[in-house]
Design a binder for this molecule. Structure first.
Ligand SMILES: [Zn+2]
Ligand SMILES: [Zn+2]
Length: 263
């Protein structure tokens, strides 16, 4: 079961003139196009959204007929050019994206909301600036700050609107960050369950099993890079002990640029 041709026509028709203020002043998205998207991770449909306030384009990668669906397994993913497309090892975004697509493809229905908010909203240049600061041996405080001045609220507003546009009634959220559920609920999303996001270890992420997180929740990889939080939450790796899982679940990315999260 997929979103049918007649459903697609209805969705496009009703979105054509859509305009609302329900999710924040600068957030109103319209479904602009829908197409099949077979991938190496499974068969999906891709739903392209345009924000008619800031012209940002987002996509929902959808498996099954999610319209009107309840308890739809859902994952929020923030765009990461360096990780998702280039295979960067400075973050684990690509592993997270791939495993969420594979998990969702195995379900009856599910959604990955791919939010075009690079570096969690700070933009590509600021993200690379944060990497550069790390390369020059500066404390990660600055790097954290560079990654810290994004607007979390906005991200949840966009996600909530996309789910509403797709007429999803309730979701099971794939996340290791319990606080994220509250944030989505604040924007009117009904979340019935939290599903831990667990990754299999590979040669690139196995360091998570060996290193204790630093006080601020950063993990240091085998090349000595501290991994900044580029997604909303950290993956749990198969084989992590209880203490490590606790660190993952208790940590959240900094909410604002107040610099309280020292490195
Ligand atoms: Zn709207
Ligand atoms: Zn990344």
């Amino acid at each position: 079961m997929t979103i049918s041709k007649s459903q697609i026509k209805d969705l496009l028709d009703e979105n054509r003139e859509h305009e609302c203020d329900s999710f924040g002043e600068d957030i109103c998205v319209r479904i602009a196009a829908i197409a099949d998207l077979p991938t190496r991770f499974g068969d999906f449909q891709i739903v392209a959204f345009r924000n008619n306030r800031d012209n940002k384009e987002h996509v929902a990668i959808v498996h099954g007929d999610v319209c009107g669906g309840e308890e739809v397994l859902t994952r929020l993913h923030s765009e990461c050019l360096t990780g998702d497309a280039l295979g960067s090892l400075r973050c684990d975004c690509r592993d997270q994206l791939q495993s969420s697509l594979e998990t969702i493809a195995a379900e009856k229905q599910g959604i990955v909301l791919y939010l075009r908010q690079e570096g969690r909203g700070i933009g590509l240049v600021n993200k690379i600036r944060a990497y550069g600061l790390q390369d020059h041996g500066l404390d990660t405080v600055e790097a954290n700050l560079a990654l810290g001045f994004r607007d979390d609220e906005r991200e949840y507003g966009v996600a909530a609107h996309m789910l509403a546009s797709l007429k999803v009634k309730s979701i099971r959220l794939m996340t290791n960050n319990p606080r994220k559920i509250e944030d989505l609920e604040k924007h009117g999303v009904k979340v019935t369950e939290r599903v831990p996001h667990v990754l299999p270890p590979n040669k690139h992420n196995a360091f998570y099993l060996k290193t204790k997180a630093t006080k601020s929740g950063h993990f240091i990889d085998l090349n000595g890079y501290k991994h900044l939080m580029e997604q909303d939450d950290r993956p749990i790796l198969q084989g992590m002990d209880e203490d490590q899982i606790k660190v993952v679940e208790s940590q959240t990315a900094p909410k604002s640029s107040n610099g309280s999260e020292a490195g």
